[in-house]
Design a protein around this ligand. Structure first.
Ligand SMILES: C[S@@+](CC[C@H](N)C(=O)[O-])C[C@H]1O[C@@H](n2cnc3c(N)ncnc32)[C@H](O)[C@@H]1O
Length: 331
């Protein structure tokens, strides 16, 4: 399929004639609630991003089967620093260069471990993890921000620019992270959702059960957030909350998508039509889908094995450290 520019064209989709509103499903009626905590204006965050090692910057796509077979063995043996973190790695700022390096290493390992949990479990498991250890969410987001800062551009900036041009939209940010979109789109109402509410404008929830009424949103955004083995259920939920003809803006890590046509087909089976796709960026692919109200998502659930065949988990492989390589060479 042709690659097209997304920004302008995808917003035009909002102006397309609106098909008839679908009947509500039993399931969707359960989740009716008033929209919650719309966002305010952008405030500059004062949080400093710690540097992480170059060694930790290589995303590795795990094979679908590796993640979903009964054996379930992880693709790489975790390094010592990648054991489940249970406590903040350190209190107080590092005192010297050595401590600083140690801290960076520990945090990089913790980031990889948390990232793996998010891609290989469901939102329910991840919620439990963050409930027990809320600081892990911050470690994850520092690591994630570091990774994305090395990309030529951040897809979230593209969505912010695109949506800021419009007024009066109702937008739902599915997997908002630290909620930057909600603070940066001034003339619309943004509902920001994530497993952990790190800011007052964010609502903590699982993306399979978002506290919005049916057919209330003009736009749903999913920016690098189709994580979890049950991510097709997030797509169903996006369909539920979108108005007929509403726009679903999706950005995903390009190397996660095994086959773009299959990925698009998945959205089609869940009630969406492809409007645009943009594969120009090496790191991520952008999509604009619109809700086809006459075609509700197929009832049959898409299992984790099939889901991971279409969109692989994005895991980061620890490169061998220089000392380990030197050790091997000398033996
Ligand atoms: C890679 S981050 C991207 C954050 C943000 N969209 C951005 O681009 O900066 C993905 C986010 O999705 C959230 N997420 C993953 N699974 C979720 C679920 N089941 N329910 C709610 N949030 C989820 C994660 O907690 C994480 O904050």
């Amino acid at each position: 399929m042709e690659t097209v520019s997304v920004q302008e064209e995808s917003l035009d989709a909002l102006e397309a004639p609106v098909p008839a509103r679908p009947k509500r499903s039993k399931r969707s009626r359960k989740h009716r609630a008033d929209p919650v905590k719309p966002s305010g204006q952008e405030k500059k965050s004062s949080q400093k991003k710690p540097r992480m090692e170059k060694d930790d910057e290589e995303p590795e796509q795990a094979q679908a089967q590796e993640q979903n077979t009964a054996e379930g063995s992880p693709p790489d043996e975790p390094a010592d620093s990648e054991q489940a973190p249970t406590k903040p790695a350190r209190r107080g700022p590092p005192q010297n260069r050595f401590e600083n390096q140690l801290h960076e290493r520990l945090e990089a390992g913790q980031f990889r471990w948390i990232n793996e949990q998010l891609y290989t479990t469901t939102g329910t498991d991840a919620t439990q993890l963050f409930k027990k250890e809320p600081h892990l969410f911050d470690i994850y987001h520092r690591g994630f921000a570091h990774q994305v800062s090395q990309w030529p551009s951040n897809p979230l900036d593209i969505f912010i620019k695109e949506l800021s041009k419009r007024r009066g939209l109702v937008i739902a940010d599915f997997g908002c992270g630290e909620g930057r979109l909600g603070r940066s789109v001034p003339h619309s109402t943004v509902h920001s959702f994530d497993l952990v509410a790190r800011h007052p404008h964010i609502t903590a929830c699982d993306l399979t059960h978002v506290p919005l009424q049916d057919a209330t949103c003009d736009v749903v955004v999913s920016c690098l957030a189709l994580m979890g083995t049950n991510y097709p259920d997030f797509i169903r939920e996006a369909w539920r909350v979108l108005k007929p003809g509403g726009l679903y803006r999706v950005a995903e890590v390009a190397s996660r998508i095994t086959n773009v046509d299959m990925f698009v087909q998945l959205f089609k089976s869940l009630g969406f039509e492809l409007r645009t796709k943009d594969e120009r960026n090496k790191m991520f692919t952008l999509f604009a889908f619109s809700k086809d109200a006459s075609s509700p998502p197929a009832r049959r659930r898409i299992g984790p094995a099939m889901a991971a065949e279409i969109l692989k988990p994005c895991l980061y492989k620890k490169r061998e450290s220089r000392s380990a390589i030197l050790r091997d060479q000398s033996s």
